[in-house]
Design a protein around this ligand. Structure first.
Ligand SMILES: C[S@@+](CC[C@H](N)C(=O)[O-])C[C@H]1O[C@@H](n2cnc3c(N)ncnc32)[C@H](O)[C@@H]1O
Length: 354
């Protein structure tokens, strides 16, 4: 029995190692090809204040993200993920579409077209902060093509580590729920985008009720298909859940794209729907203090991608933000350019009998 379990442990970690190696090569090559096709403007007059990363620091951070992910799979926290060969034709189609679009993204970057998404059909009913071409991506959050292209764009940007970095949040949640009976647990991936993390969440907690939520109808459809899970189209500012109705929430790469004035309101809204003792696993960009050697990359990000609220995110007091909403920091983890935080909603103290 013990030997069998040991074999499964080795096999799964081995499988994840293989997949990580494949992803590293696939998405690094795709990123290089995209830069070749788009010929990004490098001469933009930009005076960096931070020094370039010390030799090897970027590679070290990148490899660490894969290493932590493989270790967590080996430890049985979540299953090996992202089967790459499931549909090779589709994988090639997605890459060629991404490469074709890379020139348009570069043209938008050069003309500083960060708000062109306002002209998309139906966009006028969404909040102004939402009607932007974050990362200069074609269609903003409004088109099905954008939703299909999102995951290749993110993976190429991070040379294949996006999934592994996001799963730092899954790692914290899986540790917190290790001894819990999953049946009856209800967890929502907020701002689930096109569904990659939602798929991982569902894989890690197959007996729980797992769903996604996103404001974009196009991304909602894509996430449903990718994760094969229910996805609600709604604004995180007004969550369609009753008070204290969820055991867990996850939220990945949203907060750096929110205007700073909205962050406290949204933190309070998430706290509202969590049960006392319920948890929020958050993942977002690291801040300069988390990865001082990589500070140049963080400085370059909003300069070369359309990220209007990123600088304020780099200064955000994250434990303070959620602490004010009644969520206490339990644990954090960092991998390459992503940090994960686990927060727990304070239990209601019962007053003693009088
Ligand atoms: C950078 S993407 C992150 C997607 C995904 N969580 C991931 O890990 O890649 C931001 C997502 O947040 C969604 N979003 C932004 N503002 C929102 C809001 N007010 N309510 C719900 N979703 C929102 C967008 O539609 C988009 O899918």
């Amino acid at each position: 029995m013990a030997r069998g379990a040991e074999r499964a442990f080795v096999t799964d970690a081995g499988l994840q190692r293989l997949r990580s190696a494949f992803k590293a090569v696939w998405w690094t090559t795709t990123g290089v090809a995209a830069r070749g096709v788009a010929d990004p403007e490098r001469s933009r007059a930009f005076q960096f204040e931070t020094p370039p990363p010390p030799r090897g620091a970027q590679r070290h951070g990148w490899m660490e993200a894969f290493r932590k992910d493989i270790e967590d799979v080996g430890a049985g926290l979540y299953p090996a993920s992202e089967p790459l060969f499931a549909d090779p034709v589709e994988a090639l189609r997605a890459v060629s579409d991404f490469l074709r679009d890379a020139r348009e993204v570069e043209a938008r970057r050069r003309r500083n077209g960060g708000v062109e998404a306002r002209a998309e059909e139906g966009a006028d009913v969404y909040p102004a902060y939402y009607r932007q071409n974050f990362h200069y991506q074609s269609g903003g959050w409004f088109t099905r093509d954008s939703a299909r292209r999102y995951e290749p764009q993110v993976e190429a940007l991070f040379s294949g580590t996006a999934g592994a970095m996001r799963r730092r949040a899954l790692s914290l949640l899986a540790r917190a729920w290790r001894s819990r009976d999953q049946r009856g647990l209800k967890v929502v991936d907020l701002a689930c985008g096109s569904g990659a993390f939602l798929r991982d969440l569902k894989g890690a907690f197959p007996r729980a009720t797992v769903m996604g939520l996103d404001l974009s109808p196009a991304y909602t459809l894509e996430a449903k298909a990718m994760a094969e899970a229910p996805v609600i189209q709604a604004n995180i500012e007004r969550l369609p859940f009753a008070d204290a109705s969820l055991d867990g929430a996850t939220c990945v790469y949203l907060f750096h794209e929110l205007p700073p004035r909205l962050r406290p309101e949204i933190a309070a809204e998430i706290a509202r729907v969590l049960k006392p003792g319920g948890v929020l696993a958050l993942a977002d960009s690291v801040q300069p203090a988390d990865q001082p050697d990589l500070a140049r990359l963080l400085e370059a990000f909003p300069a070369f991608f359309h990220e209007p609220y990123y600088e304020s995110w780099c200064r955000e007091d994250v434990p303070g933000l959620f602490g004010l909403a009644g969520l206490e920091l339990v644990e954090t983890d960092v991998a390459f350019l992503t940090k994960a935080w686990l927060f727990r909603k304070r239990e209601v103290k019962r007053s003693g009998a009088s």
